[in-house]
Design a protein around this ligand. Sequence first.
Ligand code: TRP
Length: 372
Amino acid sequence: MGKEEMIVTPWKVSGDVDYDKLIEKFGTKPITVELLERIERHAGYLHVQLRRGIFFSHRDMDWWLDIYESGLPVGLYTGRGPSGPVHLGHLLPWFFTKYLQDTFDADLYFQMTDDEKFLIHPELSLEDTVGYTHENALDLIACGLNPEKTFIISDVKHISHLYRLALQVAKHITFSTAKAIFGFTESDNIGIIWFPAVQAAPCFIQSVREGRKVAVLIPAAIDQDPYWRMTRDIAEHLGFYKPAQMHAKFLPGLGRGGKMSASMPETAIFTIDPPERAAQKVMNAYTGGRPTVREQRMLGGDPSICTVFAYYYYLFEEDDERLKRLEEDCRSGSIICGECKERLAERVKIFLREFQERREKARELLDKFFLK
Ligand code: TRP
C-alpha cells in the first residue's frame, strides 16, 4: 500500500502523519529533555504522555514556565468541537490538562465550539451541537478537573463573554491571511470564515476578567495549531501575551491507519459505549500479527504497526517496564494477538465502567462548571 498524502488541518486529518515534518511545517519546537526536567521538577513526576512523547511539540512553553516561576499568574485554555459523542482520542489531552491544572494551580477556560460544528456539518442543527456541548461537558468533568478553577464556555450560549474580544481579533485579520492559514475558498460559508476570531478569544478572556496580563498555555492536538499561529500574530497588538502551546499526537483508530474518528464508529471507542461493545471493537482491531498462530510463534509480531499495542502505549499500560516486556513478548512470538487483545479488552471494560460512573455523577456538577 503506497503512502497516503498527509493532511492535517483543524477540520481534516488523514494519511500517514509525520510528526517531525509537522514541527518543521508549522514552525514549532520539539519538547526537549531540559523542558521535561523543568516540568517534572514542578509536578514531582512526568506524566505518561510526556514520558512517551505523546505531547511532542510546543511553542513558548519555556517562557510560560519562566512566568510561572517568577510568581506571576498563568492560565490554561483548551476546547472541544461538540459534534458527537466523545471518544478516547478526545480524552487524552484532557487527562493531560488535568495534570497541568493540578501542577500549576491554573485556571482553565474550556471552549465548546457549538457554533463551529453547526457551521461545518451540514447535517447538524444548533440544537444538536448545543446538546453535545452538555453531553461532552460530562466527559470533561469526569476527567477530574477542578470545579473551582474550570470554566466551560459554550460559544452559542456565552457569546457575550467572547464577542468584544472576537471583534478585536477579527478587525486585525484580513481575508487573505485567513485564506492562507485555513485554506478557505469562495464556497465556504461566511460563518466559518469569521469563526477563527471566536476560537482566538478565550486566549485572552482570563486577562480581561482579571484585569492583568495572564500567560496562557494551550494543550491540544496539533491540528488546532493554525488558530494559534493566527492568534499569536495579533496578540501583542491587542495588548495581550502570545498564547503558548503544547501539541499532542493523535490517538490511532482501531482500524488500519488514521486517527480515531467518530465518523468510523467501529474503530473508535466512545465513552458511552457499553463496555461489552467496546471490548468487541478491541477484539476486531487491526494488529501487527501474522496470518497464522504458527507463523506468529516463529516470527513474532510487529508492535510498531499494531493498534492494540498503540492502546497500551497511549493509555492502558502506564508502567514502562511492563510495556517494554509486552513489546518484547510480541516481537519474540511468546504472546499472540488473541491473548493480547483479550487483556486490552478487559482493561477497556474496567476503564469504561469507572469512567461512566464518574460521568453520571458529573450531571450534578454541570452547572457549576459553566462560565457565569
Ligand atoms: N476547534 C476545536 C475542535 O474542533 C475546538 C476548540 C476550541 C479547541 N478551542 C480550542 C481545541 C482550544 C483545542 C484548544 O475540536
